[in-house]
Design a protein around this ligand. Sequence first.
Ligand SMILES: *Cc1c(COP(=O)(O)O)cnc(C)c1O
Length: 355
Amino acid sequence: MFSLETFIRPHLLSLKPYSSARDEFEGEASVYLDANENNLGSLAGGVDYNRYPDPYQKTIKEKLATLKGVRPEQIFIGNGSDEAIDLLVRLVCEPGRDEVLLLPPTYGMYEVSANIHNVAIQRVPLDEHFQPVFEKIAEKQNERTKILFLCSPNNPTGNLLESATVEKLIKSFNGLVVVDEAYIDFTQSPSWSTRLDEFPNLIVLQTLSKAWGMAGLRLGMAFASPEIIGYLNKIKPPYNINVVTQELVSAALDKTAQLADMLQVIVQERARLVEAFASLPLIEKVYPSDANFVLVQVPNANELYGYLLDRGVVVRNRSTQPGCANCLRITIGTPAENDHLLESLQTFAAQANLV
Ligand SMILES: *Cc1c(COP(=O)(O)O)cnc(C)c1O
């Protein structure tokens, strides 16, 4: 039986959070003299930029709850999902003592967040199909292992993790299991957020940075039990999502038809690129992708990376990641950008006599 209170760091269990002016008065008034704002107005323009934002982002949470099929109290909103990752490490890992468990190759921020907090990292590499190996993960866990980070679809490999293995891990891991679904909108696969009521130790991360096209606004979500969400709210900076982001995101969340249209283009382009890559002898391996990028293996990733850069195309060189020797991670661009990429790859292959 998972007991959340045994995982929260003891000093946070009893922490008295900052109480903001917006916490202490929630109703409607005609004159606000409670928050030391400038009531004359804002030099940035805008109607309410001189006012502090809603600390709990109620409007956005209501829209997200409807969109995602969860309850508002199961949602935490962060300054990017990177903020949620950082807060989760802070919430349960005692610096210098506790550990997190990572399955490389995977997203880099889990490691950086753990390092910032002086939290040790245990690693169990994914297998040759970039799938988690249940027995090895179970063996690695000890009483100091507080969080298991799973990323599905995984970055930088692009594949979904097998749901049977993920379920076994969530059920057997005595600690928090984070399933990072930054790329869930590019798959047909259901989100683990639909199973929150079954798993009190599950946290699902999503973001508006990828499919929704709002990376610059910084808004990420964590879905979990109301108890976990309550602790995240308690330790977050009070006004972590600014007024501009809240207004723009609230309006954007209504544009689900446009989202579907963009996703259709990206998924179609992904299929086109995968097929074109597979027919290029220059590319030795095209990894299956459920994301908005494709990982490919080439004979010399550094050389191709440099060549593409000379052509004005920047991709991500993931060669130093475990299991990713000579691998480039290529984001799906616009149809015209993808044409330019393919043309560049063909020219490179012709020069290298790889046609
Ligand atoms: C891009 C990415 C994120 C970051 O999301 P933000 O909301 O922009 O902070 C999180 N996890 C994975 C796996 C990502 O690839």
